[in-house]
Design a protein around this ligand. Structure first.
Ligand code: KIV
Length: 261
């Protein structure tokens, strides 16, 4: 099974072939997603909430991200593997971003990194990483690491100046060399305009159907999250399935029917 390279993403956009991306934070999930043919697996910093129980992505450290990314790497053979740069491991200055991204590539073997924001300093950081051989997935719109600055997990780009800013950010990130862009929680019409203008593919999450692909948090897709955002679609209810299996096991043990005599 040939591993996907960065070229797959532009080719898919040119061919009008929708891209599929999901998050993983452990070996077993990564292996299942990879075997299901997902194009891009993201070790998202949402794992701070879904796997570690924090109330936001902000507390996640680079060491924690490395630990999860290493486990995911062991489960992935084909998909393009990207890890998020955790909060404050890349915003201080571009050299800090290079060192953090470099550790994720050297110590976890990821194929690229994602970072949030399209403001001028961050665009410069993206160019700095790309010039040094690090594939970068941009992320604009609702950027959860900025939740306190944004006033919560709110839809972005709702008024014309904000929408124009996001359009400009998308173009700047493309010019800086990002290979694809996550568009999170913005009006579908705006995401459609950005997707039409950009030469690189867009991966939407809560950004409507016109993006070049879709990305979801796997815990939301599987119905494992405690709270599922309104734009996500649970395709199953694993929370309930696991609870039922655990209760059935407990019942069998208490009734002395497992293990069989
Ligand atoms: O951390 C995350 O899960 C993300 C989403 C956009 C998928 O960044």
């Amino acid at each position: 099974m040939a591993a996907l390279s960065i070229h797959h993403f532009r080719q898919a956009k040119q061919a009008g072939q929708p891209l599929v991306a999901l998050t993983a934070a452990d070996y077993a999930t990564a292996q299942i997603l990879d075997q299901a043919g997902i194009d891009l697996i993201l070790v998202g910093d949402s794992l701070a909430m879904t796997n570690l129980g924090y109330t936001s992505t902000l507390p996640l450290t680079l060491e924690q991200m490395l630990h999860h990314a290493q486990a995911v790497r062991r489960g992935v053979e084909r998909a393009f593997l990207v890890a998020d740069l955790p909060f404050l491991t890349y915003q201080v200055h571009k050299e800090q971003a290079l060192l953090s991204a470099g550790r994720l590539m050297k110590e976890a073997g990821v194929n690229g990194v994602k970072l949030e924001g399209g403001y001028p300093d961050m665009v410069e950081t993206v160019a700095f990483l790309v010039q040094r051989g690090i594939p970068v997935l941009g992320h604009i719109g609702l950027t959860p690491q900025a939740k306190h600055q944004l006033g919560g997990y709110r839809q972005q780009g709702k008024n014309p100046p904000e929408a124009e800013r996001l359009r400009q950010e998308a173009l700047s990130l493309e010019q800086a060399g990002a290979f694809a862009l996550v568009l999170e929680h913005m009006p579908a019409e705006l995401a459609a305009q950005i997707s039409a203008q950009a030469g690189i593919p867009t991966l939407g999450i809560g950004a409507g159907p016109a993006c070049d692909g879709q990305i979801l948090v796997t815990h939301d897709l599987l119905g494992l999250s405690e709270r599922i955002p309104p734009f996500a679609k649970p395709y199953t209810n694993l929370r309930q399935a696991i609870r039922e299996a655990v209760e059935a096991f407990a019942n069998d043990v208490r009734q002395k029917v497992f293990p069989p005599r």
